[in-house]
Design a protein around this ligand. Structure first.
Ligand SMILES: C[S@@+](CC[C@H](N)C(=O)[O-])C[C@H]1O[C@@H](n2cnc3c(N)ncnc32)[C@H](O)[C@@H]1O
Length: 201
């Protein structure tokens, strides 16, 4: 099991690019800076230093950046506030912090690929429980974070569109999806942006 705290403390964070995910910026342009966040608070699980959180918050949307690693949350809190963003150190799967009212939006970026595949059903269950009916799950899924032919005992872990859709299908219907035209260098053509809508219970 990965010790995320150790990795942050030892600056072993190759995912940390110092800026928000380019596919998030593309998503915001596509939706005229108003992606479907549902009008309430957005959850960004596995937020790291919170670059995406602050970009979303800068549009006036309240956002909760969640991360297991105290060092990640400390780092995120070290940036100047831009809006209604807040951060919480917690395990996505620990129901004790789950707010009863849930969230109207969810932003996925390199959290899904960081989670052990055996725990992916738990990720989907958390999303189903935490996104309110009618709410939105938007994400950039890094499908092939490992080099071709590279043996990986992860993280990151590869995934497929079919797997993601299958996991989310009990709670979400896919509304839109595309391969982003903007990516961090090296991720071109390896990511998939998807917009899902939470079904009614
Ligand atoms: C690959 S990093 C990506 C961080 C951030 N999204 C970024 O791109 O900079 C994965 C992040 O997920 C966090 N994480 C892993 N498992 C988690 C869990 N069960 N609950 C909350 N955060 C988790 C890790 O601490 C880490 O910050």
């Amino acid at each position: 099991m990965t010790d995320w705290e150790f990795r942050y403390r030892h600056h072993d964070t190759p995912w940390e690019k110092g800026s928000a995910a380019p596919p998030l910026l593309e998503l915001m342009e596509r939706w005229n800076a108003a992606p479907p966040w549902g009008g309430g608070e957005v959850l960004a699980p596995g937020c790291g230093f919170g670059h995406d959180v602050r970009v979303i918050a800068s549009t006036g949307v309240p956002v909760l950046g969640l991360d297991l690693a105290a060092a990640a949350v400390e780092g995120a809190r070290g940036f100047p506030s831009v809006g209604q963003e807040r951060y919480l150190q917690a395990d996505l799967f620990d129901r004790s912090w789950w707010p009863a009212k849930g969230f109207t939006g969810w932003w996925e970026h390199t959290c899904f690929c960081a989670i052990d595949p055996v725990d992916r059903p738990r990720y989907a269950e958390a999303a189903g429980a935490l996104v309110r009916p009618g709410g939105w799950l938007c994400g950039v899924f890094f499908l092939t974070p490992n080099e071709r032919g590279e043996e990986s005992c992860g993280p990151p872990f590869d995934s497929t569109i079919g797997e993601i859709e299958g996991l989310l299908a009990p709670w979400f219907e896919r509304v839109d999806a595309w391969v982003p035209t903007r990516s961090y260098p090296g991720r071109e053509g390896r990511e998939w942006v998807a917009i899902f809508r939470r079904k009614q219970d």
